[in-house]
Design a protein around this ligand. Structure first.
Ligand code: CA
Length: 221
């Protein structure tokens, strides 16, 4: 499974070398050039780490970092120009994890990213499900589930009423209404693949319950 790294850098040439180095190291980089956009992406994409330039056109990197810290513990690696207030970054209230000073070697940055990810503690909210409706993504135990459209809809229906038992007919109606081709076993087949995908990221977990003769439910947290 690929690890998403958000790169917030307004100088395209610098961003490009970083994206290339990160891809080479096996990461999945996401790029943006504005602080405001970065805040949206931290929420919607839940990157594993953020590389954040201090000098951005809209907000300063410091301000972006401060705002991220109001809702996320994602590790942050600052990119600074020489002479910027490095003391502020590593100290006190900023809440960054590390910094590199420009000009830097992209490979060094990629290595630094790996080191930070290795030592960073698991996110406190990385247990259970987290659904992001805007990006239609669901994570379980902090890891992204690679879901098909119907698996996503099915899980969304179950998540909306945890603990409630849904009959197959109800799930068909909620998830497959208007779908072209469905069969008797459609719900069961999708429950099966959904369970396998959850097990793939968390082998001990089995949150979907089968109620014989009734249907399915999702455990309450
Ligand atoms: Ca800049």
């Amino acid at each position: 499974m690929s690890v998403r790294v958000l790169v917030v850098e307004d100088e395209r040439a610098i961003a490009d070398t970083l994206l290339y180095a990160l891809r080479t190291e096996g990461f999945e980089p996401v790029w943006c050039d504005l602080g405001g956009r970065a805040l949206e992406l931290v929420r919607s994409d839940e990157p594993a780490l953020v590389i954040l330039d201090v000098g951005l056109p809209d907000l300063s990197g410091f301000e972006v970092c401060r705002r991220i810290r109001t809702f996320s513990e994602v590790p942050i690696l600052f990119l600074t120009a020489r002479g910027e207030e490095v003391d502020r970054i590593v100290g006190l209230e900023i809440g960054a994890d590390d910094y590199v000073t420009k000009p830097f070697s992209p490979r060094e940055v990629a290595t630094r990213v790996r080191t930070i990810l290795r030592r960073s503690r698991p996110h406190p909210s990385s247990t259970g499900f987290h659904l992001d409706a805007a990006s239609r993504r669901v994570t379980f135990a902090g890891r992204l589930l690679d879901l098909t459209r119907f698996e996503y809809e099915l899980l969304r229906a179950l998540l909306a009423h945890r603990g409630r038992i849904f009959t197959r007919a109800e799930l068909m109606e909620m998830v497959w209404a208007g779908a072209e081709e469905t069969q008797d076993r459609t719900v069961d087949t999708h429950i099966k693949t959904l369970r396998a995908k959850i097990r793939a990221v968390a082998p001990e977990a089995d949150p979907i319950q089968t109620h014989r003769g009734l249907g399915y439910s999702l455990d309450e947290p």
